[in-house]
Design a protein around this ligand. Structure first.
Ligand SMILES: Cc1ncc(COP(=O)(O)O)c(C=O)c1O
Length: 352
């Protein structure tokens, strides 16, 4: 089976893990500090705080922004469930809105939602590695006065107009789960350029100021994350190369992933659309290609949340599927995947 994701580690990671064991400094050491410094520099912000997961990063971001019972938080219909679960965990009420053609929060509907519901926080998600319309969202944030937490769990290194995911909003939330473009096994981080917000984030992380969970990562995770981060730029480039090859082969037979103008998509997932999605995914699996659907649910359906009409997300949810795009695919595998896909669609053109 050609796997949908494949974390790859080298001799450097092995050596670092052994050195940590021999040093006896297995948590809160130099690697954690190094990772936080390098990740902040990479994203282009002043502050980075590591935590144990992306879900935790979202939760702490909301709490640090003062979210509590009775507050509204807007999320898009298409995302992993952690995006909405963090809102419930922070005791707030989510409002789910539709997505645009880029699988990210619909700006027009956001303005409508903000006028009607006056949210405290909006969480755009850079789904599959493609940037949400951060310019438009930050314009509305200034106009109406809400905070923005970018769910950047799938978008390490993605950019819009030269600014990276996690540097646009008041806070960025990242995941370093095993499948992510920067894998640690488990892990997460918050990024911010705002010193006051950084202070409040710290109060949720360090014991002392208020009751808090232990959300730390170990030196093993930080070392692996640091070494993987250093490989990210060329790995993202390779993902983009593979995506370009796929899109050239599949254009006309499938709806290929769109790239927002002025953006740098990092293809955490290469996601296509086709009305015969289920048949195609079955066929690919039979041919040894691990195609998958991200996601089979919309966020408001999961937990019965309030929502505005979501016609685009409802259509996309029935048609999307993702194929392997990780940077260690061989030339033969890339060729085989592209050929298999094209040959599974008999009729040629998509009905959109
Ligand atoms: C969009 C999105 N948000 C949040 C998360 C949560 O991250 P974690 O699994 O590290 O808690 C994930 C991934 O798992 C994700 O893909």
């Amino acid at each position: 089976m050609i796997r949908i994701v494949e974390p790859v580690f080298g001799e450097e990671e092995k050596r670092a893990v052994l050195e940590i064991i021999e040093s006896h400094q297995i948590t809160r050491g130099r690697w954690t500090k190094t990772f936080e410094e390098e990740f902040a520099r990479f994203v282009g912000v002043e502050h980075c705080f590591t935590v144990c997961s992306g879900t935790t990063a979202l939760f702490i971001a909301l709490k640090a922004l003062g979210v509590d019972r009775g507050d509204r938080v807007v999320v898009p219909a298409m995302s992993f469930m952690a995006t909405i679960d963090a809102v419930y965990l922070a005791s707030a009420d989510p409002l789910v809105i539709d997505v645009d053609e880029f699988y990210t929060m619909d700006l027009n509907q956001l303005e409508d939602a903000v006028r009607r519901y006056r949210p405290k926080v909006v969480i755009p998600v850079h789904l599959y590695g493609g940037m949400a319309d951060m310019e438009g969202i930050m314009f509305l944030a200034d106009k109406y006065g809400f905070y923005v937490v970018e769910d950047s769990a799938q978008a390490h290194g993605a950019e819009l107009k030269g600014r990276k995911a996690g540097a646009w909003g008041h806070v960025g939330a990242f995941s370093f789960y095993a499948s992510k473009n920067v894998p640690m096994g488990e892990g997460g981080a918050l990024t911010t350029g705002d010193g006051k917000i950084a202070k409040r984030i710290r109060s949720w992380i360090d014991f002392g100021d208020q009751p808090a969970f232990n959300v730390r990562i170990t030196e093993f995770q930080a070392a692996i994350g640091t070494l993987q981060l250093r490989k990210l730029p060329h790995r993202n480039e390779r993902r983009r190369e593979i995506a370009t090859r796929y899109s050239a082969a599949m254009e006309g037979s499938f709806a290929v992933p769109p790239e927002r103008e002025g953006s740098y998509h990092v293809y955490h997932l290469y996601t296509l659309r086709h009305p015969e999605r289920d048949r195609i995914v079955d066929e690919l699996k039979k041919r040894g290609i691990d195609a998958r659907v991200y996601y089979t649910y919309l966020l408001h359906e999961l937990r019965g949340a309030d929502h505005l009409p979501t016609p685009t997300a409802e259509k996309f949810r029935r048609e999307v599927f993702s194929i392997p795009v990780h940077p260690h695919l061989t030339e033969d595998q890339i060729e085989y995947i592209a050929e298999s896909l094209v040959s599974t669609v008999s009729s040629g053109k998509i009905v959109s």
